[in-house]
Structures are given as C-alpha cells and as structure tokens.
Design a protein around this ligand. Structure first.
Ligand code: AMP
Length: 192
C-alpha cells in the first residue's frame, strides 16, 4: 500500500498520484506541492526553498527530509501513502529507508514513469506552472538526469520497480497502473 512515483518532471506522476490516492483513500505526498504552498505562505521553509525552486534546482536534502519526517508523524500515514517527487536523490532515498525503519513502515513499491523527451517538454509547457519557464524546465530535466536517475537502478536492484509507459493518455495510464497493482487493488476493493 506504499508507493513511490518516480519519473522526470512532466511525466504525469502528480496527476496519477492524485487520482489513485483519491480512489484508494491514502495520502498523496507531493514535496513539490508542499514547497509551493510554503513559498506562497512565506513560511520559513518557503523562504529557504524559494530560490532553489525558481531556478529549477533541488531544494537541499536536509530541508526535504525535515518536511518528510514531519509528514510521517501524521496519523493518516498508517494506512498507506503515495510519495510523488520524493525521493529525488540517493541521499534522500537512503534517509527514507532509515525513516521507514524508525516509523515501522514497510518498504514501498516504486513506479517508474517512462516518458519520451518530446512528450515531457510539451506537457510541462502546457501546464503553465510559475516555475515552468523554458530555462527552468531545461534545468529541471538536467537535474533529474544527474541526481534522480540513479534511483532507477537503486530500486531496480531491490526488485521493487514497476515500469509504466507514461506516454499514454492519463486515462490509459491510470488503467495500466490499476492493472499493474492487482494485490493492492483487490485488498482495497472490499472497502470501497
Ligand atoms: P515538482 O512539483 O515535483 O516538479 O517539484 C517542483 C520543484 O520543487 C523542483 O523543481 C525542486 O526545486 C523542488 N522539489 C520538489 N521535490 C523535491 C525533492 N524531493 N528534493 C529536492 N527538491 C524538490
């Protein structure tokens, strides 16, 4: 019942995480959403994160781990969760391992969204978020290549990685996801 949604910016992770979290009634934890809310609310986290987000750079691991740790303390995390956009570095993935042990949480399945570069660029430009300028998009993709792609190997070695063709329409991807996660689906269906 615990998932990491991994993939480049614009892969559709957020869209799918939001649909499935709603369907399965589990929290959808998007570090990007948390950071954007913090920036808008000018909280201490927001003030520290802002320049990094606006430049398309990663926010320092220490800040991200503090917000994740805090989120894991909430009681709603007991039922399962979807992590969207986290972890994004090997250091974050290793820190997450420790956190999961500390909170006696099981290790998640990782869903890797594979999307062509052309689709990524088109989707990111189409969503028109404030940090979606051409230069920032390019930088985010480069940062993804350098810092986040090593996680594919990290989770593949653990045999907990499921590859999803994220080039399909959002509806098709939702269907593929539901079909790829039959255990989870059937265990939750009784409750719906
Ligand atoms: P997202 O909405 O996931 O594309 O995230 C938007 C921006 O928030 C990223 O470009 C980063 O600047 C920052 N961010 C989100 N999640 C993380 C993370 N796990 N580690 C570092 N920075 C992050």
């Amino acid at each position: 019942m615990q998932f990491i949604f991994l993939g480049p910016p614009g892969a559709g992770k957020g869209t799918q995480a939001s649909i499935l979290a709603d369907r399965w009634q589990v929290p959808h934890i998007s570090t990007g959403d948390i950071l954007r809310a913090a920036i808008a609310g000018k909280t201490s986290l927001g003030i520290q994160a802002r320049t990094h987000v606006e430049a398309g750079e990663l926010v320092p691991d220490i800040l991200i781990m503090a917000l994740i740790r805090e989120r894991f303390e909430a009681p709603d995390m007991k039922q399962g969760w979807i992590l969207d956009g986290f972890p994004r570095t090997l250091a974050q993935a290793q820190a997450l391992d420790k956190l999961l042990t500390r909170f006696r949480q099981p290790h998640p399945q990782t869903i890797y969204f594979e999307v062509s570069t052309e689709n990524l660029a088109n989707r990111t430009l189409a969503r028109g978020r404030q940090d979606d300028t051409a230069a920032t998009i390019r930088r985010r993709l480069a940062v993804y290549q350098a810092d986040t792609t090593p996680l594919i190997d990290f989770y593949e070695k653990r045999e907990c990685l499921i590859n999803i063709d994220g080039n399909r329409s959002p509806e098709a991807v939702t269907q593929i996801l539901q079909a790829s996660l039959p255990v989870y689906q059937s265990s939750r269906l009784a409750r719906v």
